[in-house]
Design a protein around this ligand. Structure first.
Ligand SMILES: Nc1ncnc2c1ncn2[C@@H]1O[C@H](COP(=O)(O)OP(=O)(O)OP(=O)(O)O)[C@@H](O)[C@H]1O
Length: 305
């Protein structure tokens, strides 16, 4: 469990984090979202005791990071995968961390296998790709088999296989009852991985909710394609809907416009059923009718506007 309580951090005239309060609960993956400079990394660093808060507190399992009895076994973190010394091998790097944290050497081999780096264990980190460095950072975070994981942009540099692997790993770690907090700019990935979302803007809390609840709050649009688009648009507007024309825009059913299928309308304020009924009542043929749910990216842009 992570508790962020009235956390504030100022750097000179910059207030990076401002009276931020939220909990990150066990058993779920919590996504930490915000635009560049919103204060995510600063918050994570304060939770990990790397930066001192100007005011407020951050607790891991009820105490500050520095008061944890066995820190590596309680919390694992990856903040900047590029920070690692390049001259060592992955094995030597993890062995040094394990030695410092009182972790048995056999655990190093286990985490190297878990992150898919067993074959590269003796290679110098300097020659690693960004994705391999990310995997090494995740291995270091997992070394102590901790109950709390804090990962800043762990997806960066991973290829599609790597992204899928990380999603499965994080979801299974949460399913084991661990507390998982990760930041990412990849919204689609976040919507697939995170159960909960904490969204901040200019250091302040904007949203602390479930992914499903956030998406449900944003009304979907109805996409309707008709050869009588102008007539239909007028009828829908008369019924109180807001109608946008979207010629050739991607749709859930087909990414290319169907030749001769008429104009495409995006309707808000009416259900697909009501849209279809109005089309029928006005003698407008309908060639396509679908509800289009907003993406997490659209919901994020809307909440942080
Ligand atoms: N060490 C520092 N000294 C001065 N200002 C800092 C320092 N670290 C962060 N800041 C400032 O604090 C604000 C928050 O930065 P932070 O890196 O926490 O945001 P972020 O949400 O992690 O951004 P990004 O998504 O770009 O990584 C920014 O205005 C940044 O310039």
């Amino acid at each position: 469990m992570i508790q962020v309580i009235e956390l504030t951090k100022t750097y000179g005239a910059t207030r990076a984090v401002s009276h931020l309060t939220f909990d990150v609960v066990p058993g779920q993956v919590t996504g930490f979202l915000g635009h560049n400079g919103a204060g995510k990394s600063t918050t994570m660093r304060m939770v990990l005791g790397l930066h001192a808060p100007t005011s407020g507190t951050a607790l891991i399992n009820g105490v500050r990071r520095r008061d944890l009895r066995d820190p590596m076994r309680e919390v694992g973190a990856m903040l900047d995968a590029a920070e690692v010394q390049g001259g060592r091998s992955a094995l030597a790097h993890l062995q040094a961390l394990a030695y410092a944290g009182g972790i048995p050497r056999r655990r190093v081999v286990q985490v190297l296998e878990e992150v898919g780096l067993a074959g590269a264990a003796r290679r110098r980190i300097a020659g690693f790709s960004q994705g391999m460095r990310q995997r090494l950072g995740i291995a270091a975070a997992l070394l102590g088999d901790p109950g709390v994981l804090i990962l800043d942009e762990p997806v960066n540099g991973l290829d599609p296989d790597g992204i899928r692997w990380l999603r499965t790993l994080l979801r299974s770690l949460a399913a084991e009852g661990r507390t998982v907090l990760l930041s990412s700019h990849l919204m689609t990935e976040m919507s697939l991985t995170a159960d909960r979302l904490v969204i901040i803007g200019r250091g302040r809390l904007i949203e602390d909710t479930t992914t499903a609840a956030l998406l449900a709050r944003f009304q979907g649009e109805v996409l309707v394609r008709s050869p009588h688009a102008d007539h239909l648009a007028a009828a829908l507007e008369a019924a109180g809907a807001t109608v946008r024309r979207a010629p050739g825009e991607g749709t859930p059913a087909a990414s290319a416009p169907v030749p001769g299928a008429g104009g495409e309308l995006l309707v808000t304020g009416l259900s697909a059923a009501a849209t279809g009924d109005i089309a029928l009542a006005n003698g407008c043929a309908v060639h396509e009718l679908a509800t289009r749910r907003p993406s997490l990216e659209e919901a994020f842009m809307e909440t942080t506007r």
